[in-house]
Structure formats: C-alpha cells, structure tokens
Design a protein around this ligand. Structure first.
Ligand SMILES: [Zn+2]
Length: 333
C-alpha cells in the first residue's frame, strides 16, 4: 500500500453510482427458469425444494498461502532483499506466478508500462470461460518497496489472489461472469500499473468491467478486519462472510484511495476489498474487538526490512483468503 494518500482521480462526467447487481439478476432468472420446469409445481406442493444456490467456495489452504509467501521471501533473499519495481526480485516474482497460472490453464499476459524510467509489468490472467462482456476482476500489487521483501505488503494479497485463482482452476468452476485476475506493478510508486491498465482499456472493455476486488495487506501481524466501503453490495458480501464467523468488520479510511482499487473506483467500476491495517495504531476498542495490542500499528514493519515471513498473522491471512474466495464465487457464479 502507498505511504501517501493519493488525490482522488475522478473522471469528469462519469457517475460512481453502484451498478445493478448481476448476481441478483442471475439469481432471479435462475429462479424463473426453475419455476418453469415441468413438474416443478407438484414437487413444490409436496416438498418445497431448497432455493437454488451457487456452489460454495472451497477453503483456501493456509499451508499453501504460507508456501507462496516463503517463495516470495526466497526470491527477495536471492535478489538483494526486495521485490521492488524495476529490480530482479520483481521480475522473478512475475515469472513465479505466471508459471503457476499457465500450468493451471489460465491465459496469461504481461502488460508493459514505464515508471521511474524503468519498464514495469502487470500480469493479467484470464479464466477462459463465460462471455467477456461481464468481467469480475480481482487483483493485488506484486511489487514491494525497496527497503524489504514485502511479505505482508503485499506478498499476502498476491498469494491470496493467486490461491483463489488456482482454486477456480482446480474446482473447474464454470462461472456466470468472466473471471480475470491481475498482479499490478509499481503500486508503491503511485498505483502506476493499475492506472496504466485502466487507461489502456477501450470504452467497450471498460464497460465490460463490472467489478474489481482488491487485496493489499491481508496478514498484518496486529491485524484489524477492514472491508472497503466504496460499494455497499460488495462490502456486504465480505462483511456477511466475516459476521457468520463471529468476526466484526469495520470500514477503514486508511486504505481509501491508497491502493489499486482507486483507479477503478475513479472511472465508476464498483470496487471492494479486504485489508488488515498498515501504519495506523490499533485503538483500545479495536483491540477489545479483535485481540492484539492497542496503541501499536497494525503492521509495525510496514515498508521496513522486517516485513518478512515472521511479519504475518496466519489467522488473518487464512480468513481473508477464504473471504476473497467466497466473494469471487458469490459475485462471479
Ligand atoms: Zn505498500
């Protein structure tokens, strides 16, 4: 996540009103089809059938998330201690993720841009099922700052998005909406990769982008449970998932405008996401709610060399990856 709050980047004349829910429309049309089936009336008269529900998302395994983080740390260790834009540790991170996605059956593509006089890359992976006119995009920034390996910021979000994508492939999901996944470059330089992606879209491509989910810092060691509040419908999908597990979530002003959802929000794409806190201190009330230490940053190693494998709350990582999988399944299928 960015240190400095970036100025909102709104495009004049573009409304940011939430679009109608595709999921709700799909559920309604599925219900209509079901009631039209021959024999449905007699079946419901004797034994009411359960309402149609989409398959539940699989559990994202914590050991696999931790193995991805260990790979990121090993990449940083072998490349000068970081995975920053323009450095070999970033290129190795892209290679490592792309290999796994290609092997799982994704169509992958690297998008080039320039930042700070150096070539950067976004990695885009497309699950080649469903029409391309209704796309749910899920993303995380893959670059670290120069001062450390970036395991919580943002190996954690990168690993969560990757394992959700791999779970889509492993479960053979045939979604209603097109599922696309992205790992952004040069976020730490000012959301450069995600802004470039948004700017590169033709009008019809932008119109087809009906949702963006972001994961930036989801394993903070003094974790909070924050859900983005830009879009109430997406917010509810995450918040309800946590509530069903006894975890109360809050909105956070700390992440607003400071990660890769901002360029999408600015052009009217409905956005959502999860966040466990960065440099702000946990309040006494929040410590009561979630445990951990009041008066201490959510991530005391934010943007420091100590943002390594030891800088991870495994419960927060596990919960947030599962919540992200739930959101992709719920909103996408
Ligand atoms: Zn950051």
């Amino acid at each position: 996540m960015l240190v400095v709050r970036s100025r909102p980047h709104r495009v004049p004349g573009v409304a940011t009103v939430p679009r109608p829910s595709r999921a709700v429309l799909a559920a309604l049309s599925a219900a209509l089809v079901l009631t039209a089936l021959p024999g449905a009336a007699t079946a419901t008269a004797t034994a009411p059938a359960a309402p149609p529900t989409a398959a539940a998302a699989p559990d994202i395994a914590l050991d696999r998330l931790l193995a991805q983080l260990a790979d990121f740390e090993a990449i940083a260790d072998a490349n000068g201690g970081n995975r920053a834009h323009g450095r070999p540790g970033y290129a190795a991170s892209v290679d490592h993720i792309q290999e796994q996605l290609d092997a799982a059956g994704f169509t992958t593509e690297r998008q080039e841009f320039t930042a700070g006089g150096t070539t950067g890359h976004n990695l885009i992976a497309e699950w080649p099922q469903a029409a391309t006119d209704d796309v749910l995009l899920t993303g995380a920034h893959l670059d670290s700052v120069g001062s450390g390996p970036g395991i919580n910021d943002n190996g954690s979000g990168s690993a969560a998005v990757l394992e959700v994508a791999l779970a889509v492939a492993e479960s053979g999901l045939a979604p209603e909406r097109r599922l696309r996944f992205a790992w952004w470059g040069a976020e730490e330089l000012g959301l450069v990769g995600s802004r470039h992606y948004v700017d590169s879209l033709a009008p019809d491509e932008l119109a087809s982008l009906t949702g963006y989910l972001n994961a930036d810092m989801v394993a903070s060691p003094n974790a909070g449970y924050f859900v983005y509040d830009e879009n109430p419908e997406i917010q509810a999908v995450f918040a309800d998932w946590f509530a069903q597990r006894g975890v109360t979530t809050q909105a956070s002003s700390e992440v607003r405008g400071r990660s890769d959802h901002a360029p999408f929000d600015a052009v009217g794409v409905p956005v959502g996401g999860v966040f466990t806190g960065a440099g702000q201190a946990k309040t006494a009330a929040q410590a009561e709610l979630w445990g951990g230490d009041a008066g201490v940053s959510f991530d005391p190693c934010y943007h420091r060399a100590c943002d390594d494998l030891a800088n991870v709350d495994e419960t927060a990582l596990d919960r947030n990856a599962d919540a992200l999988a739930h959101a992709v399944w719920e909103l996408g299928s």
